[in-house]
Design a protein around this ligand. Structure first.
Ligand code: 13P
Length: 335
């Protein structure tokens, strides 16, 4: 087994998933503003350190995606954040894209940037302890989008990023996120997500990326959040499996979904159903940001000294999602 394949399986094996704590400072400021906490480097660290010191890190969280600021911070116990995470048995990872910018030629769409100087930045992150990385491409569904241009250019960037990351001995998380914003149907989401993912693999193969050493981080197939035609959780699971079965090559070891604005319970319930019906060889797990952190953040914002209370809430969500990634979750386990 290759080293990269081994790393991917270490992150997602045994029902483990990923904590996406890689919000940029701008996004984290939005999250902290929403709970009336000043967004200072100290507060951002304090909340994140509270999560990374939780007991569920050992059994549930196989990897944590960090942001540039956090990977360089020191914990209150004076070890580095990558050390704090590694000491729990989990692996530190790092977001390496520099954000989604207006796509020239199709200004209503976005292209993710960050390739210039990436090889050098990767070497630095590797030295800081990173074992895997993340890059997110983002796509909107409307009558005319995502355009061929956005599908092609984001896939190309994801593939160039992945090749550079593997060259530096880290596992790239490939994240093409088709947003749930809009009034599109689940069927349209299925079609567009399949097209986007297929294009990503076409480019990954062209760039000679070892597919056994990546993790795919896709959206689930959902109806748009303004769509009148809602679908059931069972249908979400069925369509998501249909999409991935037809567009992901069998060499890929694992798929870790983003939560994308679903509520905590919805994200857990859908993941559970996907695993109940999983008729593929892919590990299907989670790489959640909001769906792992929201309730913990609410509690923490009310009393920043209540470390135990915040960790209890985070541990519960991590445990529920780890059960869901094995198809063993049920609603009556929720508190
Ligand atoms: P959400 O689970 O909140 O969508 O965040 C995951 C992520 O990493 C988005 O890039």
């Amino acid at each position: 087994m290759s080293e990269l394949n081994n790393t991917a399986l270490k992150i997602l094996g045994n029902g483990k998933g990923i904590l996406a704590a890689d919000e940029s400072t701008a996004t984290m400021t939005k999250r902290l503003d929403s709970v009336n906490v000043p967004s200072t480097p100290e507060n951002r660290l304090l909340f994140r350190e509270t999560l990374f010191s939780s007991s569920s890190m050992k059994d549930c969280i196989g990897g944590v995606i960090l942001y540039d600021e956090t990977i360089k911070q020191t914990s209150s116990k004076k070890n580095t954040i990558p050390e704090l995470i590694s000491d729990t048995g989990s692996l530190p990872g790092i977001k390496v894209d520099t954000g989604a910018k207006i796509l020239a030629g199709s200004p209503d769409e976005k292209i993710t940037e960050g390739l210039d100087g990436l090889r050098e930045r990767l070497k630095e992150y590797y030295k800081l302890g990173a074992k895997f990385t993340k890059w997110r491409g983002v796509y909107n569904i409307t009558k005319s989008y995502p355009s061929k241009l956005s599908i092609h250019s984001n896939a190309h960037a994801l593939a160039r990023y992945s090749a550079l990351v593997q060259e530096c001995n880290m596992v790239p998380i490939v994240e093409p996120e088709v947003l749930m914003d809009g009034d599109h149907s689940a069927k349209e989401c299925l079609e567009k997500t399949s097209e986007v993912i297929k294009k990503c693999f076409e480019e990954l193969i062209m760039h000679k990326v070892d597919l056994k050493g990546i993790i795919l981080k896709p959206n689930m197939v959902l109806a748009g959040n303004k769509s009148k035609k809602k679908i059931t959780n069972e249908e979400v699971a069925k369509l998501t499996l249909e999409c991935l079965k037809s567009s992901v090559p069998s060499e890929v070891p694992g798929i870790a979904f983003l939560s994308g604005g679903q509520s905590e319970i919805e994200a857990t319930e859908n993941l559970n159903l996907i695993n109940k019906h999983n008729n593929t060889n892919f590990i299907m797990s989670y790489s959640y940001g909001r769906a792992l952190q929201q309730s913990a953040l609410n509690n923490w914002s009310k009393d920043r000294k209540d470390i135990d209370g915040t960790q209890r809430i985070f541990n519960h969500r991590a445990k529920m999602n780890t059960l869901a990634s094995q198809g063993k979750w049920s609603k009556d386990l929720e508190i």
